[in-house]
Design a protein around this ligand. Structure first.
Ligand code: TXA
Ligand code: MG
Length: 332
């Protein structure tokens, strides 16, 4: 395995590795992806094995452009809503779920008749996709259920020698995954909140776009419990953070707090994670802060979710999934 600040030759190496069925970790503007040739079933199988991901969880196909020619091997003709979002947002942090073309491997689609597609907005990813020329299937480059990586160092810590090359593009610009929009029906639906705020999706389409809250449309791979550090995460309000921390400390627990408004008087020994007050910055830092909680060997992290407005909705979503005990995982 090689890891480095990406240079030209590294991208050529990565393309060769993809062509022979290997796994390439690469930066995107959202999080690092673990890439495999989306047309190579053996490579896809290895991808699932390394991630420890169930077969039923489909993966996103990353493309260099959203032109009709580039899309043709993967998707049927886009609905008007899908086309409007692709034109307005790509390259960028929105993933469109659309009807798949014939011949897309079931390992990509989870066996469904839909496929998720995204054109990332990151120079290393773009160059890799252009030189490779095909679709790169890429989930986030972390083990299943764990915190997504936003630096090459996170990828190395999680996957180490299980990945054939790590392209280092520095810290990801956004730091949270793409927004997933189901465009298979006439009325689009948000399957996963993410880097592109729901308000922006609605402004582009000129109508309300609901968040999927029930089983009305398949959203395989969206579990209640996800994105979790080893530290137990508990959601609290700013008003109760001091008393909750005091009780846990009295119980002998190692406690940390994550809040944008650290006003409470806290008992000695409580570790205050440095949560930025600006919501874009918090989105950018969130996964690093969750990893930080583990590095500090905290037993409990008391976290105050931000208001669910703009990208704050995705931050609040990830915190609530991090706080969901695995025992409550909902089967897809
Ligand atoms: O920002 C991102 O989206 C990152 C970067 C690497 O592009 N990728 C990412 O992939 O977050 P992953 O595999 O961790 O999450 C993909 C999400 C899952 O919630 C999955 O269920 C959904 O997309 N998805 C993929 N294909 C789908 C399909 N055909 N139908 C419904 N949901 C799908
Ligand atoms: Mg993921």
């Amino acid at each position: 395995m090689k890891a480095m600040n990406t240079m030209d030759g590294d991208i050529d190496d990565a393309v060769r590795i993809l062509r022979r069925g290997g796994l390439v970790a690469f930066p995107t503007e959202t999080v690092y992806g673990l890439g495999a040739d989306a047309a190579n079933v053996d490579a896809l199988r290895r991808l699932y094995a390394v991630k420890g991901r169930p077969w039923s969880h489909p993966v996103i196909v990353h493309l260099a452009t959203g032109s009709p020619a580039a899309l043709a091997p993967w998707a049927q003709a886009f609905t008007p809503a899908a086309r409007a979002l692709a034109d307005a947002c790509w390259p960028g942090p929105v993933t469109l779920v659309v009807r798949r073309a014939g011949g897309v491997p079931a390992e990509v689609t989870g066996g469904s008749d839909t496929v998720a597609i995204r054109v990332p907005d990151q120079p290393v990813a773009e160059e890799l996709l252009i030189r490779f020329g095909g679709g790169i299937a890429a989930p986030s480059a972390n083990r299943f259920g764990r915190v997504s990586p936003t630096t090459a160092g996170h990828v190395r810590a999680d996957l180490d020698t299980d990945v054939d090359i790590i392209l280092d593009g520095g810290p990801c610009r956004v730091g949270l995954e793409s927004t997933v929009v189901d465009c298979t029906e006439h009325d689009p639906l948000i399957l996963r909140e993410g880097a592109l705020a729901r308000e922006e999706v609605e402004a582009i389409l000129g109508r309300p776009v609901p968040l999927r809250t029930d089983g009305s449309r398949a959203a395989p791979g969206t579990l209640d419990a996800h994105y979790a550090p080893s530290t137990r995460v508990v959601l609290v309000t700013d008003d109760e953070i001091g008393s909750r921390a005091a009780r846990l400390v009295a119980d002998g627990q190692r406690v940390g707090v994550l809040t944008q408004h650290p006003n409470a008087v806290l008992p000695g020994g409580v570790e205050v994670l440095d949560a930025p007050g600006n919501i874009d910055e918090l989105a950018h830092e969130l996964y690093g802060l969750l990893r930080d909680a583990d590095d500090r060997h905290l037993d409990v992290l008391l976290a105050v979710p931000p208001a669910p407005v703009g990208i704050g909705a995705a931050v609040a979503d990830r915190l609530s999934r991090a706080a969901c005990p695995p025992a409550l995982e909902r089967a897809p």
